[in-house]
Write a protein that binds this ligand. Structure first.
Ligand SMILES: Nc1ncnc2c1ncn2[C@@H]1O[C@H](COP(=O)(O)OP(=O)(O)OP(=O)(O)O)[C@@H](O)[C@H]1O
Ligand SMILES: [Mg+2]
Length: 371
């Protein structure tokens, strides 16, 4: 059962998009009340008509709903007094000064960790295509290949001959490929086989370095993280360093073993990462004669989504062009954007950016200054 302090801890992960500080620290949480499975959260907004209001409310709901034993989240919003507003602005300014960002990723960057309960289901394929499709919407997108020794993003994007460079501050500069900013151990090593030598490396340390020592673009709207198979270490390291991270879960149509759902839910709970939704991959094969074959079964995505209490973001069919795109460095979402798989991946990207709209677009600060 969640306690009041659990709720406050969860709310520390809700970042005011403009002030770049969490809402607890900013004094925007006016009260928390728990009554059985119902959690009441009072939020004091800077100004009532702030365009960010809906987003803050949604983020609060998602974070609190992810806590164990919470059935319902009731949010009551109020408006701060002039005095409270001054304190808040003071606090935000102080934080901005003192808190050189803990990672090189801005708090206003939406971070999406593409995970699964088991390997080989299409995490890397989805990560790469999602990154390209979101970039195509006009956002600045980064792709972090957190699969340190099983990296595949460079090959999938056709960047195998590229190596990462460093800037004058000795930070790694992501490789710009097909309009996205890519970091992968594959761009550090001479060849894919050398990866074997990295086996002794501590995974979470490498990921930490990719977050601290990379000069991500300042206007990075979305950072997609291709997670390694398995659960645990890397998720924890990420959650600690990127409090805004959320998870997209990939699964196959096989009726999800209860085990998979339990594993994913456990991973989400321990890392405090809300789940954006589920993507079903390898969902059926449509032959030339139009006949559909459910090679890997049916219904697994919807059932996992229901078990996790999130939405099914889409179902990507089996298509040889998806696999070919990954091998040739020309992903299906751009190479065959009008194929059923391409269309579905574009629509999944659209849904993801609807649920997680870019932060720091509208400004309440300008209005605050004139109050
Ligand atoms: N919808 C699809 N249709 C056809 N082939 C696909 C599809 N999705 C993925 N594949 C292929 O399946 C294989 C596994 O996909 P991918 O590497 O993306 O999985 P993964 O979850 O990242 O694996 P790992 O757990 O090893 O990191 C790849 O060869 C990929 O090209
Ligand atoms: Mg992979």
């Amino acid at each position: 059962m969640a306690t009041e302090s659990d709720v406050l801890d969860a709310l520390k992960h809700v970042i005011d998009p403009e002030l770049h500080t969490d809402i607890v620290d900013l004094g925007m949480v006016s009260n928390v009340r728990i009554d059985g499975g119902v959690v009441d959260v009072g939020i004091a907004l800077t100004i009532a008509s702030c365009p960010m209001r809906g987003q803050i409310e949604t983020d609060v709901e998602r974070r609190v709903a992810a806590l164990p034993g919470v059935d319902e989240v009731v949010i009551t919003t109020g408006v701060m007094t002039q005095e409270q507003r001054s304190t808040l602005m003071e606090r935000a300014r102080m934080n901005a000064r003192e808190n050189a960002t803990p990672t090189a990723v801005a708090p206003s960057t939406r971070v999406i960790a593409v995970s699964s309960g088991k390997g080989g289901v299409g995490k890397s394929t989805l990560s790469v295509n999602l990154a390209l499709a979101i970039a195509d919407q006009g956002h600045t997108v980064g792709l972090l290949d957190a699969d340190i020794w099983g990296f595949s993003a460079p090959r999938m994007l056709g960047a195998t001959d590229t190596r990462l460079a460093a800037n004058e501050d000795r930070k790694i500069v992501p490789t710009e490929i097909k309009g996205i900013h890519l970091v992968s151990t594959g761009l550090l090593l001479a060849d894919e086989d050398t990866a074997l030598m990295w086996r002794g490396l501590m995974l979470s340390k490498a990921v930490e370095q990719f977050l601290n020592d990379v000069a991500w673009p300042a206007d990075l709207g979305y950072l997609i993280i291709d997670m390694p198979p398995g659960t645990g270490d890397v998720q924890m390291a990420l959650a600690r360093m990127l409090p805004q991270a959320e998870m997209v879960v990939v699964t196959t149509p096989q009726l999800a073993a209860q085990k998979v759902a339990a594993r994913v839910a456990d991973m989400a709970r321990r890392s405090h990462m809300p789940i954006v939704g589920v993507v079903e991959n390898m969902s059926g094969f449509v032959a030339d004669d139009g006949k559909r074959y459910d090679i890997f079964g049916k219904g697994g995505g919807a059932s996992l989504a229901a078990d996790l209490g999130v939405e099914l973001l889409g179902s990507v069919p089996i298509d040889v062009r998806v696999a070919e795109g990954g091998d040739s460095g020309d992903p299906v979402v751009t190479a065959h954007s009008d194929s059923p798989a391409g269309i579905e991946l574009t629509s999944i990207a659209k849904r993801v950016t609807e649920i997680l709209p870019p932060l720091a677009l509208d400004s309440c600060i300008g209005r605050l200054a004139t109050l």
